[in-house]
Structure formats: C-alpha cells, structure tokens
Design a protein around this ligand. Sequence first.
Ligand code: SF4
Ligand code: SF4
Length: 300
Amino acid sequence: MINKNIKIAIASGKGGTGKTLLSTNLAAFISEKDTTLLVDLDVEEPNDSLFIKGNLVRETEQYKMIPKWDESKCTLCGECTKNCKFHAVVQMGKFIAVFNELCHSCYACSELCPTGALPMQPHKMGETTEYQYNNLKFIESRLMIGEEQAVPLIHKTHQLVNEHYSNITLQLFDCPPGTSCPVLAATENADYVILITEPTPFGLHDLKLAVETMRQLHKPFGVVINRSGLGNDDVEKYCLSEKIDIVTKIPFDKEIANHYSRGELVYKKVPSVELALNELINYLKNNIINRSLQGIEALK
Ligand code: SF4
Ligand code: SF4
C-alpha cells in the first residue's frame, strides 16, 4: 500500500502575522468537504485549540532521552563535558550536572563515558493531544514549561502523524514562527510551504528571511498577504521581482479581528476571508494537490 500524503506547512518569518488565523480557518473550511488533518507544531505556544473545539480522542505524554549521572561509577575523567556540544553536561567540583533543558539527546556523553556512568533515561518534555471535530482531525503538541528544545517534540509529532494518520491525504501543519531549528523541523516533510506575511516593513524584512530559508531547503512555497491594504505595496513588489507567487490576500478588516479575538472561525462570518480561502484552495488544487495525486497514481 502506498502511503503518500500531501503535507502543507503554514509558516511565517515572525509571529503575529496571522498564521493561526490561516491554519485554523483553512483546515476547518476544507474539512467541510474533505477529511483533513491539522497539526499545531508551534509547540512552545500552541493556540489552534482556541479556535478548533473538538472531541478529545487521546492524550500522550512525550519523552526524550537524557543522561542520568551515576556518581558511584564516575571517575571524573571529564570525557562527557569535553564531548557535549551543547554544554548540557558540566562538571561542578566532584559532581557532574546534566541540564535537561539543553540536552539534545545525542547520546555522545553516554556512549563515550568509559565507566557507563551516564545511562540514558526517559524525561518528559511535553504532551500531544488529539481531537476530532467533524471531518477535521486535529493534533496539538505542547512543550512543558521550562523545556527549551522544541525540535524533539516536533519530531515525535511527525512520527505520531505517520503512525496514526497516514490515511488522511491532506495534512496541514501550523509551524512555529521564525527561521530557526524548530521551523526547519516543522517544514522538513512538507510538500509545499505557505508563507504568511503582512504588508509592513517588518513583514517584508521577516518574509525575506523566510524566503531565504525555504530556498536553502529547496522547498516549493508561495506567499499569503494578511491585512492586505493596511501598509504599503513593498511586499508585492518584492514577490514580483523574486518571481514568488502571491497565492491570496486576506484584506485588512476590523471584523476579522473582532471575531478572531472571540475565538471564532472567521471565514464563517466575514465573506472576504471565505473568498481568500477559496482562492488559496484553488491554487493548491491546481498547483500542488492534483499534481501530487497524479504522482501517487503513477506510483501505483
Ligand atoms: S565521562 Fe563518565 S566517568 Fe568521565 S566524568 Fe563523565 S560521567 Fe564521569
Ligand atoms: S546526550 Fe548529547 S546533548 Fe545530551 S548531555 Fe549528552 S552529549 Fe550533551
């Protein structure tokens, strides 16, 4: 059996550009006709669940492996502190301290310890919660307070999606903002990335960084302009000059902010948002989904 899905990531160079607005409304809108999966990978601050109220399906505690110091076996040789690239294991006098939040679970210290004094043990880093909302399956991953490593939880979430949701063709991933490691982890499996931005100097600055990142990753991508009409047209000029598709624009409208602030799905209340979503879906169908489905057929 061929398990091929169409994975679409929704990302932005900075927070506050409308990533949650687009992810939740797009997922709910598509799921009115087709079964859809929405995954909130903004694990440090997931908030799609403010808008998607589904029935709880399952809660899973997520663990990463970290070393635990066994004083009785340690000779204080210093191999572990020398080999940890992340400064997560430090010698303090006659003690070896492990900083769980900094540990990347690379196993180096544990494997290089000559006396086996750093066995790897599970450490809880967060939780994944799965919901069902009519035709929409929704997964939220949340990092525990104090945990600093988003990437292992994002990888665990991808794993869960592959294990339990491979039968859902269309999968949407709400990514963390920015251009650092969590975004790379969140978009690594994506067939297409939607970069959402706003027509302001800050929006353009961060869009350029996001575009640079996507080009380095060789990911196909397009741009959605949120709050269109609010600022200037520099984002549009930039996309034109860089031959980047502007897939749709969501107009600036105070009604959108009003409904959004009440935790409502906006496309049901503001026709211009529904129009923008339709334009986006048609673009995805014509340029991404149909081509991918043809590719899947050809593989059979
Ligand atoms: S490598 Fe092992 S034995 Fe050496 S200091 Fe670290 S924990 Fe102790
Ligand atoms: S597992 Fe890797 S990152 Fe974690 S403390 Fe050991 S060497 Fe450092």
